[in-house]
Design a protein around this ligand. Structure first.
Ligand code: HEC
Ligand code: HEC
Ligand code: HEC
Ligand code: HEC
Length: 410
């Protein structure tokens, strides 16, 4: 970089900054970065000389870890070349205040004065960003099948009895659509643990892992609910009258509003009658159902079964989990297209080191690194999504936007 080179800002950035300055007050409230004030934005007016002086600061204080080019070769140390200058400045102040914990960074910046912080921020912001830390040409790791697809695959063995997509075609076999995953998982675990006695179901589910059970439950919950195809022999109208005492728990028309109470709408009638019998006899022991079942005789149970079998089942209130790409769309709202932030407060994350991205996302999730936005955003991320998003951003191409170098004036 030429000593006397003049630095000016892209017009686009300037425009966005004028807007940002206007919202400075609210920034301080919404972004947990410490206090953002006009001084933090001074860095964007840095001159060529400031940048040159910033380079000298970097040579003495930062080079061992971040390199002079701002591209890290060390695990856990982030790339900072081409990072948004206001963000760099803010973070250095945050470390200085101790708000990102006691670590090597905090110790490094502890005694730096504001001028040096401003200049070193300008210097690293002026550099070319790192190449994607996972080359974009690298073969993408085979995407792990998502939860729903895995659930479908694991449920292949269940369709023979429970019907394709969980709608029973066989008398005595329960439909599995319209059941809340919470109830579904509890039922499987009750078979596994022997609290719910059914040797065949026990054998069928004993090898399933917790994840497989969750995925299967999710898969069935997302299938189109339809009534079982085996109508009952009871009197549905009489059943409707008898069902008055069931509504409080099982919902109007048998659509339950509680996750742990099963919906009965559209349930297979012969299974229904058998279930009532087993609650009554105690072979399916459940404190809640024992009372209601003991007052129901066989004929009434058939009527209840016919009534509920005629009711339209509904899908439980669960959403399909978002994929990595769908999550990334949400992240990009603040971090810019493919992680190339144009908002001075949000860091660019394109081409950042994958290990650093993972580490940081986990630390927001655990609440170790504080940021209102990021704590909310990472709440719903499981391990697979954290890894997926880190890989996704590590392979994005980073664009430098901060400075445009003009030839020195003649
Ligand atoms: C001893 C090694 C070391 C030195 C020296 C060091 N850093 Fe760091 N730096 C780190 C590590 C490790 C992290 C990540 C820490 C964390 O997770 O909070 C980091 C994080 C940062 C961040 C936050 C990046 C982000 O994306 O949020 C900035 C900015 C930064 N360093 C700038 C500097 C500057 C400027 C200097 C010199 C004045 C410097 N560092 C000196 C190791 C170092
Ligand atoms: C050979 C037939 C058969 C196969 C295969 C089968 N099931 Fe079942 N399933 C049954 C029967 C019969 C019942 C009713 C048992 C009872 O009375 O408790 C049942 C009950 C259930 C229930 C409880 C439903 C409710 O409303 O409480 C769930 C959940 C379930 N099965 C899931 C599965 C899953 C998941 C698979 C595949 C891994 C599977 N089943 C494979 C026959 C089968
Ligand atoms: C106090 C709440 C409550 C009332 C009242 C109640 N139930 Fe239940 N019912 C439950 C709960 C909770 C379960 C799940 C128990 C289990 O895990 O075995 C259940 C399970 C059932 C099942 C088994 C469903 C399946 O998919 O395996 C049937 C059938 C049933 N109830 C029918 C009835 C009928 C008919 C009535 C009215 C006569 C009734 N219930 C009243 C709470 C209630
Ligand atoms: C509402 C705006 C917003 C959204 C949406 C958002 N972020 Fe952030 N993100 C921020 C802000 C502001 C910071 C800086 C917070 C701080 O100082 O710790 C940040 C920081 C980060 C960092 C730390 C960068 C560094 O260099 O240390 C990573 C990584 C990150 N976000 C990833 C994501 C991912 C992945 C998503 C989507 C799941 C996401 N963000 C969604 C605003 C947002």
């Amino acid at each position: 970089m030429k000593r006397n080179a003049q630095f000016v800002f892209l017009k686009r950035l300037l425009t966005s900054l004028v807007g940002s300055l206007a919202v400075t007050a609210s920034v301080a409230q919404t972004v947990n970065l410490g206090t953002v004030n006009v001084a933090d934005f001074k860095v964007v007016y840095a001159t060529g000389q400031d940048v040159a002086e910033g380079k000298r600061v970097a040579e003495t204080m930062c080079v061992n870890c971040h390199g002079l080019n701002g591209v890290s070769t060390q695990k856990g140390v982030p790339n900072i070349a081409g990072q948004r200058p206001v963000y760099l400045h803010l973070e250095l102040k945050v470390y200085q205040a101790g708000a990102r914990g006691v670590n090597t960074m905090a110790n490094t910046v502890k005694y730096m004065n504001d001028d040096a912080i401003m200049k070193v921020s300008a210097y690293y912001a002026s550099l070319e960003p790192a190449e994607a830390s996972i080359p974009s040409t690298a073969k993408a790791a085979p995407a792990k099948p998502d939860a729903v697809a895995s659930g479908k695959a694991a449920a292949a063995a269940c369709g023979g009895c429970h019907g394709d997509a969980g709608v029973s075609k066989t008398a005595g076999m329960p439909s599995l659509v319209g059941l809340d995953p919470k109830y579904f998982v509890a039922a499987i675990n009750a078979y596994k643990g022997g609290q719910r006695k059914h040797d065949m179901m026990k054998a069928l589910v004993s090898e399933l892992t917790e994840t497989e059970i969750n995925n299967i439950a999710l898969y069935y919950a997302l299938q189109k609910p339809e009534k079982a195809q085996t109508p009952g022999t009871g009197n549905a109208a009489a059943g409707k009258t008898a069902a008055a005492g069931c509504v409080g728990c099982h919902g109007e028309g048998g659509v339950s509003g509680q996750a742990t109470t099963p919906s009965l709408a559209g349930q297979e009638s012969q299974y229904f009658v058998a279930a009532m019998r087993s609650y009554k006899e105690g072979s399916r022991s459940d404190a809640t159902m024992k009372g209601p079942a003991s007052s129901v005789d066989e004929a009434t149970a058939k009527n209840l079964a016919a009534f509920y079998a005629s009711q339209a089942p509904q899908a439980p209130k669960v959403g399909r989990p978002l994929t990595v790409a769908e999550w990334a769309e949400r992240c990009d709202r603040c971090h810019g297209v493919n992680g190339n932030s144009t908002d001075p407060r949000s860091p660019a994350i394109a081409s950042q080191r994958v290990d650093y991205l993972e580490k940081v996302l986990r630390s927001y999730k655990k609440g170790e690194r504080k940021s209102k936005e990021m704590v909310v955003m990472t709440e719903g991320l499981d391990d697979a999504l954290v890894e997926g998003l880190a890989k996704y951003y590590a392979r994005q191409k980073a664009r430098a936007i901060a400075y445009l170098v003009l030839p020195p004036p003649k």
